[in-house]
Design a protein around this ligand. Structure first.
Ligand SMILES: *Cc1c(COP(=O)(O)O)cnc(C)c1O
Length: 422
């Protein structure tokens, strides 16, 4: 459906962000002038290697790590795969040494609302003999700490919980989980049980939240550039010193042997610059987005038969022990299909999303919304708006007006009964 309107209102920043103009400028010279291979001994190589190491230092400083703990990858999915398979392969000898009966299988814990790159990795590992448990979340999307404690087994080797959810903006209590795992590991060392490695998928969090790995208590952290005004297919995995992890990609031994292949120098330079830019002084932009978010939510909820998915908005910090990303809005418009609504909005020049970007090819209801307890119909009637640097109040007023106009029409076209019968 082409846009009939000149103006375009982009409200899908959780799926993709435009490259920051300064990031673009910084990247350019590494394609054309400073194109060398960082592994080369000559001047062109040293130039490129210098840029990669400077980027590594920048990122290490921002996340309070050592430069050697930053492993560059080609995006969030790769970082997550490296984290999960990299730790699992460290326990790949379990079949021969301890037998493969169910009770002996290495065990992984994740939340039920993780990104597909986590869930698919776990499903794949299951077919290879590993076991995993998905933690239930409450109506706001928070994992339950008591349930988490009960889920830990002697065989647990890895916990992977996202820092912030891409669909509903829930910010999980990562530091609290990190502390709990830290305490558990002290006891486990005494009992000669495997150390539990803690990974967090911080792809949605990196643009807004504190990434200090010490405060978070994480051993592994995945971040990508494409969600923070950096280049797509850029990312890194933080790997705490002492964490035994295997590579996914073998070859020339770049990135301490954890990610072979000639480095994407422009991507790495762009990633570091983008991260520096979003992490410089996030409070001001977060506060601006928060105000816009709450303004928009209150206006949209004036439309009958609508409700908010994810943490209730009572400001930035919520009493329930967690938070919601300042740019995330996810609303159920009962009695219509979210997909139709997104297409209608597109015709008005408004870009919104159903579920996560990756799931849009499938007509399935979002696993995140189902995990909150929504019915399949409610989940399919929900859409996500995510705000960003170019979002302003005028744009949101326009969107509210369009919604008020088209929703009664859409409810006539696709009454609830029709959706339910699908
Ligand atoms: C986008 C996203 C990913 C995947 O990152 P890519 O760079 O697209 O591979 C992983 N986790 C979360 C939470 C995301 O939002």
């Amino acid at each position: 459906m082409g846009s009939k309107f000149k103006k375009l209102i982009y409200l899908d920043y959780a799926a993709a962000t435009p490259l920051h103009p300064l990031v673009k400028k910084a990247m350019e010279r590494f394609w054309i002038d400073e194109f060398g291979n960082p592994s080369s001994l000559h001047q062109k190589g040293r130039e490129a290697a210098g840029a990669v190491e400077a980027a590594r230092k920048t990122i290490a400083r921002i996340v309070s790590a050592q430069p050697r703990e930053i492993i560059f990858t080609a995006g969030g999915t790769e970082s997550v795969n490296l984290a999960i398979f990299g730790i699992a392969r460290n326990h790949g000898d379990f079949k021969s040494s301890r037998g493969s009966s169910r009770g002996n299988r290495p065990h992984i814990i994740a939340s039920a609302i993780e990104h597909e790159c986590v869930l698919e990795s776990l499903r794949t590992l299951k077919s290879e003999g590993f076991d995993f448990t998905l933690l239930k979340v409450n109506r706001d999307g928070f994992v339950d700490m008591n349930e988490f404690k009960k889920t830990i087994r002697p065989q647990t080797i890895l916990v992977s919980i996202m820092y912030a959810n891409n669909e509903i903006g829930t910010i999980e209590p990562i530091a609290e989980i990190g502390k709990l795992i830290g305490r558990a590991n002290i006891a486990r060392a005494k009992n000669k049980l495997p150390r539990i490695v803690f990974h967090t998928d911080a792809c949605q969090a990196a643009g807004f939240l504190d990434l200090n790995v010490e405060k978070l208590g994480v051993d592994l952290m995945s971040v990508n550039g494409g969600k923070i005004y950096g280049p797509k297919q850029s990312g890194f995995l933080y790997v705490r010193t002492g964490t035994a992890i295997h590579p996914l990609i073998y070859g020339g031994g770049q990135e301490r042997g954890l990610r072979s292949g000639t480095e994407n120098v422009p991507g790495i330079v762009g990633l570091a610059m983008a991260l520096e830019s979003v992490q410089k002084n996030p409070q001001a932009e977060n506060a601006r987005l928060l105000k816009l978010r709450d303004y928009f939510i209150l206006k949209v909820l004036q439309i009958p038969k609508t409700f908010l998915n994810g943490p209730a908005v009572r400001g930035w910090r919520l009493e329930v022990g967690g938070w919601r990303l300042p740019n995330n809005i996810n609303i159920c418009f009962q009695g219509m299909e979210g997909e139709s609504l997104v297409l209608y909005l597109d015709a008005y020049g408004i870009c919104a999303a159903t579920g996560s970007a990756c799931a849009t090819q499938e007509a399935e209801a979002s696993h995140v919304l189902l995990a909150l307890g929504l019915t399949e119909t409610e989940a399919k009637s929900s859409i996500r708006f995510t705000l960003g640097k170019s979002t302003n109040k005028k744009q949101l007023d326009y969107v509210v007006n369009v919604l008020k106009k088209i929703i009664p029409q859409l409810r006539k076209v696709t009454p609830l009964e029709k959706i339910t019968s699908h």
